[in-house]
Design a protein around this ligand. Structure first.
Ligand code: NAG
Ligand code: NAG
Ligand code: NAG
Ligand code: NAG
Ligand code: NAG
Length: 418
């Protein structure tokens, strides 16, 4: 295992972080800095011109560092031995998607490419289960994964970043406001994919929320994903108001009612599909325009796109387990007392896959705007997913509340083996 703890470079974000972090300084620190500043001022006056020369060079270097990275203007070739120092960049949406859409026509890589899994976290704010994920990633090889975090811009400030040494440090990407259920949410997913596509070594792309947990250790999940011949975007056709009822006839003829599909937002896909998603200039604009109000683009855009264009590449199921047996628009949340060894072992049990979906209420009472899922992880149901051909049904699970963290950390080594 190699260490991914890169020494942070003195760059503009670091300075910003220092400035923004000031509110957190204790009084003695403030006094220390005041003394330090006074001392610096005096010596500055003393040494005069000589020092100003050095500080000019220093500023120049800072400038060139902050200008480098994916936004530097020239195409980036990121190699395994040379990971990006930070996921941050200055690119606008248009340039980002354009760069991400590029596919090399020379099939041989000019460097030793080891395929990586991109773990993409789409969060509102904090990542309360970060310590569990830290444990998970530390059991892996840092040459085999990359992390990207998209949180609301209101949260994208320096104090919200992770400490140096964390696997999440510097992995935030420039974000925009998203609204759950709206096409802006799909925009955020495309933005995450685009950022991850800039690294040519990323081969599989997993979308996760702040309430997701891994059910297996890194090695198991990595091997499962890298060897999977299909993408995992849940796709099913649901009749009634919360399925086909959300279709807007104004989408015709680009998207017809028969094309319309539904599925969980939490996907896993391979590189060829990810490139198609960021390059889509037909269906996404249609969604942006006509999937508003009670349409919930995050549950329909990818399933519909994949159904129309890339059905053959897809398993039609999600790898992220959720309990939809409760009635209402959201799956069940798990709190501390819910998390037991037996419960976690149950989620890991491949044999449970065929059982899953039995207790799901079939759109009972689902009015417009109420999300109900008919889970299609039924291997014998030909209208939906056929299940994974392997034995592992779910690699991830949600929704775990922050209160469950201590128990998850306690049971992870024994049950999840990380
Ligand atoms: C910055 O991040 C913190 C979380 O650490 C959040 O509570 C706060 O609202 C953010 N501030 C701004 C100005 O966005
Ligand atoms: C990962 O978990 C598997 C079982 O799922 C186990 O056989 C393997 O030894 C574990 N690997 C590591 C590195 O802990
Ligand atoms: C949705 O978009 C259509 C067409 O652009 C517009 O007429 C309608 O008012 C919008 N509805 C909502 C709820 O925003
Ligand atoms: C998934 O659904 C598509 C249609 O959207 C179909 O062509 C494909 O065969 C299905 N995949 C599996 C594994 O059933
Ligand atoms: C799976 O699907 C088949 C065919 O639709 C159905 O007959 C069966 O009852 C389903 N099994 C479960 C466990 O839901």
């Amino acid at each position: 295992m190699k260490s991914n703890k890169k020494e942070p470079t003195t760059s503009a974000p670091t300075i910003l972080r220092l400035i923004n972090g000031q509110k957190k300084l204790h009084l003695h620190n403030v006094i220390f800095f005041a003394l330090f500043f006074a001392f610096g001022l005096l010596s500055g006056l003393g040494v005069g011109l000589y020092l100003s020369n050095i500080s000019f060079t220093f500023q120049l270097r800072q400038f060139s560092i902050s200008k480098s990275g994916p936004g530097g203007g020239s195409p980036v070739l990121i190699r395994r031995s040379d990971p990006p120092p930070s996921a941050w960049h200055e690119m606008g949406e248009e340039e980002l998607l354009w760069r991400a859409s590029m596919v090399p026509r020379v099939p041989e890589f000019p460097f030793h490419r080891v395929p990586k899994v991109a773990f993409m976290f789409l969060t509102v704010g904090a990542l309360p289960l970060a310590p569990l994920w830290e444990l998970f990633f530390k059991g892996g090889d840092d040459g085999l994964y990359t992390i990207y975090i998209h949180s609301l811009p209101s949260y994208d400030n320096a104090t919200a970043d992770f400490p140096v040494g964390s696997v999440f440090y510097g992995r935030r990407i420039p974000s925009k406001d998203v609204q759950w259920g709206k096409s802006t949410m799909v925009g955020a997913e495309r933005r995450l994919l685009a950022n991850a596509l800039l690294d040519f070594s990323n081969e599989r792309f997993v979308l996760l929320s702040e309430s997701c947990i891994p059910l297996y250790n890194f090695t198991t999940i990595y091997n499962h994903l890298i060897n999977s011949p299909e993408s995992h975007v849940e796709v099913y056709d649901q009749l009634g108001p919360v399925g086909r009822g959300r279709y807007n006839p104004a989408m015709d003829p680009v998207i017809k009612l028969a094309h319309w599909r539904k599925g969980s937002q939490w996907f896993e896909m391979d590189r060829r599909l990810a490139v198609e998603v960021v390059s889509d200039r037909t269906y996404f604009p249609t969604f942006e325009k006509f999937c508003n109000g009670s349409c919930y683009g995050d549950e329909h855009y990818l399933p519909t796109l994949v159904n129309i264009r890339f059905g053959g590449w897809n398993s039609n199921r999600t790898l992220t387990w959720a309990d939809w047996s409760v009635r209402g628009p959201h799956p069940r949340s798990f709190w501390r007392p819910d998390v037991t060894v037996g419960f976690l072992e149950g989620l890991r049990d491949g044999g449970k896959c065929e059982e899953y979906g039995k207790s799901v209420g079939v759109a009972a009472g689902g009015g417009i705007g109420v999300h109900y899922y008919v889970n299609r992880n039924n291997k014998s149901d030909s209208s939906g997913g056929t299940g994974d051909r392997g034995s592992k049904c779910f690699l991830f699970a949600r929704k775990f509340r922050s209160h469950s963290l201590t128990r998850l950390l306690r049971f992870a080594p024994g049950v999840m083996q990380f």
